[in-house]
Design a protein around this ligand. Structure first.
Ligand SMILES: [Zn+2]
Length: 314
């Protein structure tokens, strides 16, 4: 795996007949990652058959691929609530009362729903993983245990906010999902998307400085590799206008400071705990607005571990 020296263009026709074509960026684990001229973002090829993917997520993802995910999410709940509250506050500034109905697509174990409910939102979730949906139910939420697709939309209502947290990097058809989400939104409703910010300056810098492979390239689990520009392009093309961009702590700082956690799970967890300390310390010392301004400024520079976009339906 690594950067491709000579320029190579790859073309591919998907299971749905859709075309993909663009410059080859990375080869990894039997997949090519291209910068797709047609989709407008980097993604893996070949893309899986959506039905096969749905089966894998329903049965296996949390049990086999991410056995520690729910335990870690529980341990991280107080820290994660900081960024969840940031997002909810932005929604509340954009939407007058009583517009407080929210759908969390891929709600996982339900921690975002919990924070939303605490702030007075009516919050529903949809989640294909059996284990994660069961956990969200144990917190008292009605969770539709389904993959979000055209069929599932028929059983959903209308919402003032749709939240897509760590979903779009996993699926073969992000534009279709964003358009379906738009159909569920009320007039002037809000879409909030959170994805990893990949091929960021600090990531590619760390690759060069530490002679590392592109560790973030993880097919078939991560199919799409967005950054702020390509994520903004996607939502614009789907009929949204971006109101806010933000991010989370740039984990690559640890790499650039010499701590290579890419192949070391316990060091990775230790670095994660340090960035949690940073966010929690700013919160407890009354610097919440400074933390928010810091992450918004990093987003302007294209830096930070995640790309968070809050966009208004046009
Ligand atoms: Zn494409």
């Amino acid at each position: 795996m690594g950067a491709i020296a000579a320029k190579t263009t790859i073309s591919w026709t998907g299971h749905d007949g859709g075309s993909h074509e663009g410059e080859l960026v990375t080869r990894s684990k039997g997949h090519d990652v291209i910068s797709c001229d047609i989709c407008g973002f980097r993604h893996a090829l070949p893309l899986p058959d959506p039905a096969e993917l749905e089966r894998a997520y329903r049965e296996n993802y949390y049990a086999e691929e991410k056995p520690t995910f729910i335990a870690h999410a529980t341990e991280d709940a107080d820290w994660a609530a900081l960024s969840y509250r940031d997002r909810l506050e932005s929604f509340e500034q954009l939407l007058p009362q009583p517009r407080r109905r929210l759908l969390d697509i891929g709600c996982g174990p339900g921690f975002f729903l919990k924070v939303a409910k605490e702030r007075g939102w009516s919050a529903e979730g949809i989640e294909p993983s059996r284990q994660a949906a069961a956990h969200a139910r144990s917190l008292g939420f009605d969770v539709i245990e389904e993959f979000f697709n055209r069929q599932a939309c028929a059983n959903l209502g209308r919402y003032d906010v749709v939240h897509l947290n760590n979903v779009l990097e996993h699926i073969p058809n992000p534009m279709e999902i964003v358009r379906l989400a738009r159909d569920l939104l009320t007039s002037g409703g809000i879409l909030c998307i959170n994805v990893p910010n990949d091929y960021s300056p600090f990531q590619t810098g760390a690759c060069a400085a530490l002679s590392l492979p592109q560790w973030w390239v993880a097919p078939p689990h991560h199919l799409n590799y967005f950054d702020f520009e390509t994520l903004t392009g996607l939502v614009n093309r789907a009929g949204f206008s971006v109101a806010e961009r933000s991010t989370s702590f740039p984990m690559e700082l640890f790499l650039l400071m010499g701590l290579d956690y890419t192949n070391n799970t316990s060091l990775g967890r230790a670095c994660h705990n340090q960035r949690k300390n940073f966010d929690m310390a700013l919160e407890s010392s009354g610097l919440r607005e400074t933390r928010r301004a810091f992450y918004r400024a990093l987003a302007v520079a294209g830096i930070g571990r995640e790309a968070v976009v809050i966009a208004v339906k046009q």
